[in-house]
Design a binder for this molecule. Structure first.
Ligand code: ARG
Length: 577
């Protein structure tokens, strides 16, 4: 059920009937305050302007023509021409009841799109660090919500698995293999990469061999490919463990690394040259873009092939966008990449559009995010100033969660304790990230994210267990319950039910804008409304059987909404804590 969409349609029809131009937007929004009703239509003023009519006069006409029987109990004109809409209680009740009877809680089927989501994208032979965590967590939430709504989601893990550094990595892998110290070395990527680089910089002979391997790898040499695959496999096996720990839905099948596009690159460069978009400049192949100016105010040159014949990150992203449209048949492509790569993406996509590789009707969207900062407001680092590895971070989350849970819930032990510790620890790290608007930098603070008050994972998980516990304290036959009528009388019941019916509106916005923090804010709000309902409206001790059943049903809808909502965020729930 999407009430906002329904009301938009109704107000739109009334606007047309009142003579407003066809493109008039009804601008129906959820009202910020109860006194303004449940929804308000804000589009009257601009429609009136186009008509040259006093806005209040148009508002009166629209209200007269509005066919909201059975939907709204009251409409009011406010201020210069806003229309406040108060939902009919029976309408809310009926739709809440219908939502309960549906496995997808009454979500309207969408016209399915193929949505490619580029996220996580770590690099081979490098440990995933906190810089990849936001992409992984937020991108996965985007994948989940779009899938729930009914879209076809293609997860694209743009693994950094190609480039000149592979000569050096292969040469070093060969060296440690010969010395039989491979296992030890490869388990620590940071160290492996550093040591490889050191050999490359200091050992002439090693560097020569490394450069030879790059050329051989590029031309498909068996041995080099085998060594390269080994590096990729070891990296992805480790990363997969992190995905599993994080309850992230990525699998090995989702890897579409940079190497996938490598065979396309010569053709792309030739095509861009043939189209007159790319030209030779001092041996390199360059696309000059009027849209971007360099320091001298001249069109910026984007190199797509270096003088030595090597291709660049941009060339790969041009090919990759083309592939996602042509081969994967994307209707929409979302990129979860930190905001520092914005200019890079814009340049690549400007070239993509000019070359006609992806039509304008298929959006390429950069869902950028800011950096993760420490409490001191500086980039998040270890005490010694190194980058923090993601797995160390998760280890710390678990140990802090364990200490917290043992203190708060000493009655929980054994396997149940382990599962709870995991759900809260991992949930806290994820939720802290997901609950903030992604576009800004965010401060990573253990105490905040593990607090039981406020918009945090532990609070939401606890709120969920409170609802779930009602069904533990009494024997409830769910099927029989669902067959009972739903009768909502108290204002708090109506307020909660109305909010529960807005679930789809939130998910739709999150799908469109890639902003899971709106889901968090919504669920937090639902939890608050449930609390006040729970405090004022006895459920198990209700005054009569119909009320008792109705309140149980409302609690059940709350429980299912919280669960489904937290699922779209990849946050696990537990039955008690
Ligand atoms: N591997 C890159 C990095 O670690 C991120 C890749 C993002 N995706 C893309 N299509 N460029 O910075």
């Amino acid at each position: 059920m999407n009430i906002q969409a329904l009301l938009s349609e109704k107000v739109s029809q009334a606007l047309q009937a009142a003579g407003a131009p066809a493109d008039s937007e009804p601008q129906v929004r959820q009202s910020a305050k109860a006194q303004f009703g449940d929804y308000q239509a804000n589009g009257i003023m601009s429609a009136a302007k186009k008509l040259g009519m006093p806005p209040r006069q148009l508002a009166e006409k629209v209200v007269e023509l509005l066919a909201l029987d059975g939907i709204a109990s009251k409409t009011e004109i406010a201020g210069p021409g806003f229309i406040n809409i108060f939902l009919d209680r029976q309408f809310v009740t009926d739709h809440a009841d219908a939502a309960l009877k549906d496995a997808k809680l009454g979500l309207t089927p969408v016209k399915p799109q193929t949505i490619v989501i580029d996220y996580s994208a770590p690099n081979v032979a490098k440990a995933m660090h906190v810089g990849h965590i936001r992409s992984t967590i937020i991108g996965d939430a985007a994948a989940r919500v779009n899938e729930l709504l009914g879209h076809k989601v293609i997860r694209a893990n743009h693994l950094g698995d190609w480039g000149t550094q592979f000569g050096m990595l292969i040469a070093y892998l060969e060296k440690v293999q010969n010395e039989n110290s491979e296992e030890m070395q490869l388990s620590d990527f940071e160290e492996f990469y550093r040591a490889a680089k050191q050999h490359y910089d200091e050992d002439e002979e090693f560097a020569l061999r490394a450069r030879g391997y790059v050329v051989k790898l590029q031309s498909g040499d068996e041995y080099c490919l085998k060594m390269w695959r080994r590096l990729v496999d070891v990296t992805m096996t480790q990363n997969q463990q992190t995905y599993n720990r994080l309850n992230v839905t990525l699998t090995q099948d989702d890897v579409m690394g940079e190497s996938l596009y490598n065979p396309m690159l010569p053709g792309i460069v030739a095509d861009l040259q043939a189209k007159g978009l790319a030209v030779e400049s001092e041996g390199a192949i360059v696309v000059y873009l009027d849209e971007y100016k360099n320091k001298e105010g001249e069109p910026m040159g984007v190199i797509i092939r270096k003088k030595d014949g090597g291709y660049l990150y941009t060339t790969t992203d041009i090919a990759c966008a083309k592939y996602r449209y042509e081969t994967l048949k994307a209707d929409r492509v979302l990129y979860y990449i930190d905001s520092r790569q914005h200019q890079h993406l814009m340049q690549a996509w400007t070239i993509v559009r000019k070359a006609g590789y992806v039509p304008e009707s298929v959006p390429l969207e950069h869902h950028a995010f800011g950096m993760m900062l420490g409490k001191d407001g500086r980039p998040f680092k270890t005490r010694a100033g190194g980058t923090i590895s993601l797995s160390d971070l998760l280890d710390e989350a678990i140990s802090r969660s364990r200490a917290l849970i043992q203190e708060k819930s000493p009655h929980i032990t054994g396997e149940e304790l382990d599962a709870l510790v995991n759900a809260v620890g991992i949930g806290a790290v994820k939720y802290a990230d997901l609950s903030k608007s992604r576009t800004t930098d965010y401060i990573f603070d253990w105490d905040n994210m593990l607090a039981f008050e406020g918009n945090t994972a532990p609070y939401m998980q606890y709120a969920y267990t409170r609802v779930a516990s009602i069904f533990k304290r009494t024997e409830v036959d769910i099927d029989a319950l669902l067959a009972q009528p739903l009768v909502l009388a108290d204002d708090r019941e109506i307020a909660l039910a109305t909010r529960l019916l807005q679930f789809e509106e939130v998910l739709t916005t999150v799908s469109r804008e890639g902003t899971p923090h709106l889901t968090c804010a919504y669920l937090f709000d639902v939890a608050g409304l449930f609390s006040s309902f729970y405090e004022h409206c006895p459920i198990l001790n209700a005054e009569d059987e119909t009320t008792r059943q109705s309140r149980l049903k409302l609690a059940l809808l709350t429980q299912r909404t919280l669960k489904m909502g937290l699922d779209t965020l990849g946050i696990e729930t537990v039955e008690r804590m």
